[in-house]
Design a protein around this ligand. Structure first.
Ligand code: BG6
Length: 487
C-alpha cells in the first residue's frame, strides 16, 4: 500500500475549487510529491477550475509560491507544464464547451473530477459533467467532505451525483483514512498475533481518540460557522478512526470487505439524543488566549465580532453496542486553538487482576497503546518494567516507542498522496461508501438536534487551553483521565 510501489495509468485530474485552500495547500503539493517520485505519467494533465479569470500561466505562477519549497525550481517548472487552468462557473454555461473539448481530447486517459467546492455545487457540477458525457469511460468523481449537513441533504447530494456517476465511480474522500498511522492500525491489528486476542471488552478498559489543532478557523469562518466541530471532524474523520479501531477483522483488504465491517460499527453506535446528550457530550467555543506564544483572538472576533452558537470543540463519550465492545467507552475530543497539534488513538488496557508487588515498589499502571497520527507518526506501547539495577524492586512505567520517521528514515507521504493515486487506480478501499456516510449522519444528526433543542450556547474556553473544564469532568466522572502524553 505504499504510495510509490505501483504503476499509474495516464490520467487527467480536474480540481473544481482549484484556487481554494485545499487545492493549493494539500492537493497540488501531494501531486508534486508524486511527480518527484515518477508517478505522474508525462501525458497526464492536472487542471485547476475556479471562477477567477486566470490562464495557465497565471495559475502556474500562483502555485509556484506554494510548491517552491518542496524541491528545486527546475523540477517544479517541468511539473507545472502538466498543470492547466480553466475558468468555469458551475452555474453558468460559459466555457463548458471548451472545457469538455479539452478533456475529451484524451479519451483513453483515466479522468478524475475532484470536487473541492462547497457541497451545494456538487449537483450542478455533476449535472454538467453528465451533460457533456464526461462521466463515460474511466471517469471518477471525488467528493470532499462534508457531504451535506445532515442525512437529508447528504441523501439529496448522493442521489443527484448517483444519476451521473455510479457508486463504483464515486470516491468520498476522508483524508484521515490515508494517514500512515491509520493504515498501520490495520497492520498492527491484523498483522500481529499479539493484539487481536486482547482487542475486546474483556481486556480493554477504554479508548480515547483526540484530534487537537492549534489553529483557529482563520479565513474559513464562512464555511466553519455553518459546520462546527461535530460536522467538520467528528461525523467523518473521528468516526472513521473509531471504525478502524473497533471493526471486526475483514476477510481481506477488498474494498467492500473493509467497508462492510466499518458499516457494522456505525450501525452499532449507541444513540445520543435529547435524553442523554447533556451527560455524554460537551461543546465549547474558543475565546481570546495564547496560541504558540502569541495572543490570538476568540472565535467571535475572528468571525467579525459576530455572536455564534457554533462549537469549535467537542468531547463526547460514545459506546458500541455489540459483543466485542459492550461497556467499553470511546472518548472522542477535537477542537481548534488547543495547546498542541496532536492526533492520537489511545487504547488503555484493563489493570492486572492482582498485584504481587509490595506497595513500596510503586504503583502498577495500566498498559496503553498509543497510535500517534501527528505530528510525529508512530506507535508507543506503555509497559511496566523493573527499574534497572540494585535498590530493591521498583516498578517503572516506560514506553516502547517507535517513530516511523526515525525508524525508517523517510518522510511519510501526506495522506492525499496515497488517496489521489488510489482514485486514479480505481481502488476505493480507503473511501467512504454511501451507506457509511448515511450511517454516520444517522448517529450525528440526533446529537445536533439535541444541542439545538437545548438552546444552550457552547461553553467558552481560552485559546491555548484543552477546552472547557466540562470536557475533563466528562472523563473524570468515570474515574479516568485524558492521556497526558498529549497534554
Ligand atoms: C479538515 C477540516 O477536514 O481536516 C479542518 O475541515 C481540519 O477543519 C483538518 O483542520 C485537519 O486535518 P489534518 O490532516 O491537518 O489533521
Amino acid at each position: 500500500m505504499t504510495a510509490s510501489s505501483q504503476s499509474v495509468e495516464p490520467f487527467d485530474l480536474v480540481i473544481f475549487g482549484g484556487t481554494g485552500d485545499l487545492a493549493v495547500r494539500k492537493l497540488l503539493p501531494a501531486l508534486f510529491h508524486r511527480f518527484l517520485d515518477g508517478q505522474i505519467p508525462a501525458s497526464s494533465r492536472i487542471v485547476g477550475i475556479a471562477r477567477e479569470a486566470l490562464d495557465d500561466a497565471g495559475y502556474r505562477a500562483s502555485l509556484r509560491e506554494a510548491l517552491v519549497g518542496i524541491c528545486d525550481a527546475a523540477k517544479l517548472d517541468v511539473f507545472l507544464q502538466q498543470v492547466f487552468y480553466r475558468p468555469l462557473d458551475a452555474r453558468k454555461d460559459e466555457g463548458w464547451d471548451d472545457f469538455a473539448a479539452f478533456i475529451g481530447a484524451q479519451p483513453e486517459h483515466v479522468r478524475v473530477f475532484y470536487l473541492s467546492t462547497s457541497p451545494e455545487l456538487f449537483v450542478d457540477i455533476c449535472g454538467r459533467l453528465g451533460h457533456y458525457g464526461l462521466n463515460q469511460g474511466k471517469s471518477r468523481v471525488v467528493l470532499e467532505k462534508p457531504i451535506g449537513r445532515d442525512l437529508d441533504s447528504a441523501n439529496q447530494i448522493n442521489d443527484a451525483v448517483g444519476k451521473v456517476f455510479s457508486e463504483s465511480q464515486t470516491f468520498r474522500i476522508d483524508h484521515y483514512l490515508g494517514k500512515e498511522t491509520v493504515q498501520n492500525l490495520l497492520v498492527l491489528r491484523f498483522g500481529n498475533a499479539l493484539f487481536e486476542p486482547l482487542w475486546n471488552s474483556a481486556h480493554i478498559d477504554h479508548v480515547q481518540i483526540t484530534v487537537a489543532e492549534t489553529l483557529g478557523v482563520g479565513h474559513r469562518g464562512a464555511y466553519y460557522d455553518r459546520a462546527g466541530a461535530l460536522r467538520d471532524m467528528v461525523q467523518n474523520h473521528m468516526l472513521q478512526l473509531l471504525c478502524m479501531v473497533a471493526m471486526e477483522p475483514p476477510s481481506s483488504l477488498a474494498p467492500d470487505a473493509v467497508r462492510d465491517e466499518k458499516l457494522k460499527v456505525l450501525h452499532s453506535l449507541k444513540p445520543i439524543d435529547e435524553s442523554n446528550v447533556a451527560q455524554l457530550t460537551v461543546r465549547g467555543q474558543y475565546r481570546a488566549g495564547v496560541a504558540e506564544g502569541a495572543s490570538v483572538p476568540g472565535y467571535p472576533d475572528e468571525l467579525g465580532n459576530t455572536k455564534s452558537n457554533t462549537e469549535t470543540f467537542v468531547a463526547l463519550k460514545a459506546e458500541i453496542a455489540n459483543w466485542r465492545w459492550a461497556g467499553v467507552p470511546f472518548y472522542l475530543r477535537t477542537g481548534k486553538r488547543l495547546p498542541d497539534r496532536v492526533s492520537e488513538i489511545v487504547v488503555t488496557f484493563k489493570p492486572v487482576p492482582h498485584s504481587i508487588f509490595n506497595p513500596d515498589a510503586g504503583t502498577l499502571s495500566q498498559n496503553r497503546l498509543v497510535l500517534r497520527l501527528q505530528p510525529d507518526e508512530g506507535v508507543k506501547l506503555w509497559l511496566t518494567i523493573k527499574h534497572p539495577g540494585p535498590g530493591g524492586l521498583r516498578l517503572r512505567h516506560v514506553p516502547l516507542d517507535m517513530s516511523f520517521a526515525e525508524a525508517f528514515g523517510v518522510q511519510q507521504p501526506d495522506a492525499y498522496e496515497r488517496l489521489l493515486l488510489d482514485v486514479v487506480r480505481g481502488n476505493p478501499t480507503l473511501f467512504m461508501r454511501r451507506d457509511e456516510v448515511e450511517a454516520a449522519w444517522r448517529w450525528a444528526g440526533p446529537i445536533l438536534a439535541a444541542w439545538s433543542a437545548s438552546g444552550e450556547a457552547p461553553r467558552p474556553y481560552a485559546a491555548g487551553s484543552w477546552g472547557p473544564s466540562a470536557a475533563v469532568a466528562l472523563i473524570e466522572r468515570d474515574g479516568r483521565t485524558w492521556n497526558e502524553d498529549s497534554e
